[in-house]
Design a protein around this ligand. Structure first.
Ligand code: XMP
Length: 519
């Protein structure tokens, strides 16, 4: 926790979107951190606390083991904003009645608000918000109602004697029209923050934190060629210099010519941090032979990475001394989709390789400076650190690589086929100048064969899917509306040039309900 910055703390009750609250607050240049709802109130007295936000969560206050905050929180004399469950728990602790709602409200809802209240100050009286709740407040004494919806009398409230504001909807999600403005009103008008924090402050504080945590020990960092691990390398290198060794593993699941281009790029762009390249193609592909289940593939790849890192750590140990830390560029979305971060009961979507595949007996402590950040925030840090745009704006590429874009079992032939198709997708999209607006674009090899005709010959080959998605942080996204002529060019080039593919389809699934990767 930062001691000096003006801070807003989010106490987490396990919502999948809790981190979005912190991100929105950081976007308005206020330092924000998420802590478990069980954090002792005494800890909060030690920092420059300007406000508290109680997050939403999946629980009901009526459950036997419902998560409840310490009532002393309300004596801290800082403004508190309760969102959804955070509102209900406050009502419950302050003589209110919370009941299961007959009409469950989910999705876009119209509210009428009092725009002379500080929370809705200067915003339209009628606005669309995003609701997602089962329980609702039936009654609560001594409150001012500042927003109402058709099914929810207490859509927004103020409890003056507690310095508490509460909303039943979620201002942190983009579907709430004025969500950002509502959070800004809370932070600036109500908490009186000055908004003078920046990513530059994050960098200097994180460098100091890494120095304190690592001391004189050695760190081994897995570089993937992607943005996150590259920025992590530069940041950690700034903090501990030569005690960092970066390892780039060619697992055989990289894109066409990537192993070489990444080596060249790193030599040019990540300064003088020590770099080791490991050719581990064979050991990865041997372990993956015949494996078809997506989660097993992810776990095997994750495990094998760790084994390679362990072997490299052993070699360093023999030459220069023990390695105590494993550095990774893990981001918040990787963590939240793999496991619960702050102790809340979030559900597992897929095991991101650098999170879900870690063995229990890992002898290395993890050093993950971006564990609570999103990719666009890491890109800002990369730019602040003076890193080259070519590296900072590389499209995301998952740790398990093409392994999760070849559905069913992985073979060398399939990898080569996919590499060729994928190179065409990337080339055409980049040639059309669309790569700056599209978050990710790639090919997927499907385990489906279809009949085609080429010249006078019958063909019976695999289908390739093109996936291109627009997003800001990878948590949600929409399929990219690529012009037909570019799709057409990709399709005819893939079918003409790539042996083994005779049909191309375009994936028009957004996230949610789909995920970006197919496995
Ligand atoms: P999904 O498929 O979960 O992907 O919608 C969201 C973002 O995460 C990337 N991704 C990964 N990144 N290790 C990573 O480092 C992984 O195991 C992993 N799986 C997915 C994906 O490419 C997208 O950017």
């Amino acid at each position: 926790m930062s001691k000096n910055n003006e801070t807003i703390i989010v106490l987490d009750f396990g919502s999948q979107v809790t981190q979005l609250i912190a991100r929105r607050i950081r976007e308005i240049n206020i330092y924000c951190e998420i802590l478990p709802y069980t954090t002792p109130v005494e800890e909060l007295r030690k920092i420059n606390l300007k406000g508290i936000i109680l997050s939403g969560g999946p629980a009901s206050v009526h459950l036997d083991n419902a998560p409840i905050v310490d009532k002393a929180l309300y004596d801290l004399k800082v403004p508190i904003l309760g969102i959804c469950y955070g509102l209900q728990v406050t009502a419950f602790l302050n003589n209110g009645i919370v009941e299961p709602s007959n009409e469950r409200e989910f999705g876009r809802t119209e509210i009428k608000c009092d725009n002379s209240s500080d929370l809705f100050y200067d915003l339209p009286k009628e606005q669309t918000v995003w609701m997602s709740h089962g329980d609702r407040i039936k009654d609560i004494p001594n409150v001012e109602i500042i927003a109402e919806s058709e099914n929810c009398h207490y859509a927004g409230i103020k409890i003056p004697q507690l310095n508490f504001y509460g909303v039943q909807f979620h201002p942190e999600v983009v579907h709430t029209e004025y969500g950002e403005a509502i959070l800004k009103n809370f932070a600036m008008r109500i908490c009186d923050c000055s908004g003078n924090w920046s990513m530059g402050d994050f960098i200097s504080e994180e460098i100091a934190r890494i120095q304190e945590e690592v001391g004189d020990e050695r760190v081994l960092l897995g570089l993937s060629g992607g943005v996150d691990s590259s920025v992590a390398a530069v940041l950690i290198h700034k903090a501990i210099g030569d005690n960092l060794t970066c390892v780039f593993v060619d697992n055989g699941l990289l894109r066409k010519d990537e192993a070489q281009s990444v080596q060249d790029m790193y030599k040019e762009h990540i300064g003088n941090a020590e770099l080791i390249f490991v050719d581990a193609k064979e050991r990865f592909l041997n372990k993956l032979k015949g494996i078809t289940d997506p989660e097993r593939k992810r776990k095997i790849i994750g495990y094998e990475f760790i084994e390679v890192f362990r072997d490299e750590a052993e070699k360093i140990k023999q030459n220069r001394g023990d390695v105590k830390f494993l550095g990774q560029g893990t981001l918040y979305p990787d963590v939240i989709e793999s496991k619960s971060v702050h102790g809340g009961p979030a559900s597992v979507i897929k095991s991101h390789h650098n999170v879900g595949g870690l063995p229990d007996d890992l002898e290395l402590s993890l050093l993950e400076p971006f564990k609570f950040l999103f990719k666009d925030e890491v890109r800002k840090i990369g730019t602040c650190l003076g890193m080259d745009d070519a590296l900072v704006w590389r499209q995301p590429f998952p740790g398990p690589g093409l392994g999760i874009r070849i559905l069913e079992d992985i073979t060398v032939d399939k990898i080569e086929t996919l590499q060729e198709a994928d190179a065409i997708v990337r080339f055409e999209l980049e040639a059309a100048g669309l790569n700056k607006t599209i978050w990710q674009y790639f090919a997927v090899l499907l385990p489906v064969k279809t009949v085609g005709v080429m010249g006078d010959e019958r063909t019976y080959e695999n289908v390739c899917a093109i996936r291109a998605i627009t997003a800001t942080d990878g948590m949600t996204g929409d399929w990219a509306h690529i012009p037909y002529d570019i799709l057409g060019k990709m399709s005819s080039r893939i079918i003409n040039e790539v042996h083994g593919i005779n049909r191309v389809v375009y994936d028009i699934t957004s996230k949610p309900p789909g995920t970006i990767e197919w496995e």
